[in-house]
Design a binder for this molecule. Structure first.
Ligand code: ARG
Length: 260
């Protein structure tokens, strides 16, 4: 154990040494302040790792964050983690804000503050064509997979109250849900339609329908309760909406015509 600790500290000295003075914490000779953004990069097209381009996190949220951070005079640094850990990361000040296609629910508002909503989508129920699940009622005695800590988890819990025999399987990441569905370990999953689209295009055997609901929807950025940059952030969001920049990004990431 001790040996391991020594090796670890030697390693970190080497790594630090290699970075020299140019680490990412805003010490690059510029006087730019850094904003650290937390995200869960399992949510294409909002945020995902573009494996063709290496390990870079890209997407709709990332473009918005980059634009606003630069307008506000900050360097942006991105921290990737499981969706379920994002609120805790805000509350422990590990990150300055979160963009993760996160919906501003009343429950979350007790712990963090939100920006204005910048995009609204709907939820889909995805299943295998062969399962013949065409309505919520068909979920009787089925297992539904959802992302841990998401509003979709809450939605599946509501279905569980109304329909007999529903079992839930909560997983950390969206690609795991699709994997479980394909391999038959779950019968259905609830995913936002904009995110589901990519999986449906790639997997012929899957099908979906939109779940109509009056429930809370939409994405907003989240900040610690004591943060004082929300107002400025909202101003920049508004500016993006007015200048057409937001529509441009919506069309870029959700497909042409999505902003109409
Ligand atoms: N909009 C949903 C929510 O707030 C799901 C967001 C999931 N985001 C992600 N990056 N995986 O719960």
């Amino acid at each position: 154990m001790k040996k391991f600790a020594i090796i670890l500290s030697l390693l970190s000295i080497m790594v630090l040494g290699a970075c020299g003075s140019s680490n990412a914490e805003g010490e690059e000779g510029s006087d730019k302040k850094t904003l650290v953004m937390g995200t869960s990069a399992d949510y294409k097209p909002y945020e995902f790792i573009d494996t063709k381009e290496g390990q870079e996190i890209v997407g709709f949220d990332i473009d918005i964050a980059k634009h606003i951070a630069s307008e506000m005079g900050y360097e942006l640094k991105i921290e990737d983690m499981d969706f379920n850990g994002l609120i805790a990361a805000l509350n422990s000040n590990k990150v300055d804000f979160v963009m993760a296609g996160m919906t501003p629910t009343e429950e979350r508002k007790e712990k963090v503050q939100f920006s204005d909503i910048y995009y609204v989508a709907k939820d889909s129920l995805i299943s295998k064509k062969e399962s013949n699940i065409n309505s919520v009622e068909d979920l009787k005695n089925k297992t539904i997979g959802v992302q841990l800590g998401s509003i979709q988890e809450g939605r599946a819990e509501d279905m569980q109250k109304n329909i007999e025999g529903i079992k839930l399987s909560q997983l950390d990441q969206i690609p795991q849900l699709v994997q479980e569905l394909k391999s038959g370990r779950i019968d259905a999953t609830i995913i936002e339609n904009t995110v589901a689209k990519g999986y449906l295009e790639k997997n012929e055997e899957l099908t979906s329908f939109i779940i109509d609901s009056e429930d809370e929807q939409g994405s907003a950025a989240a900040f610690p309760k004591e943060s004082d940059i929300v107002e400025e952030f909202n101003k920049e969001l508004q500016e993006m909406k007015e200048s057409g920049k937001m529509d441009e990004l919506i069309n870029k990431w959700f497909g042409k015509g999505s902003s109409e």
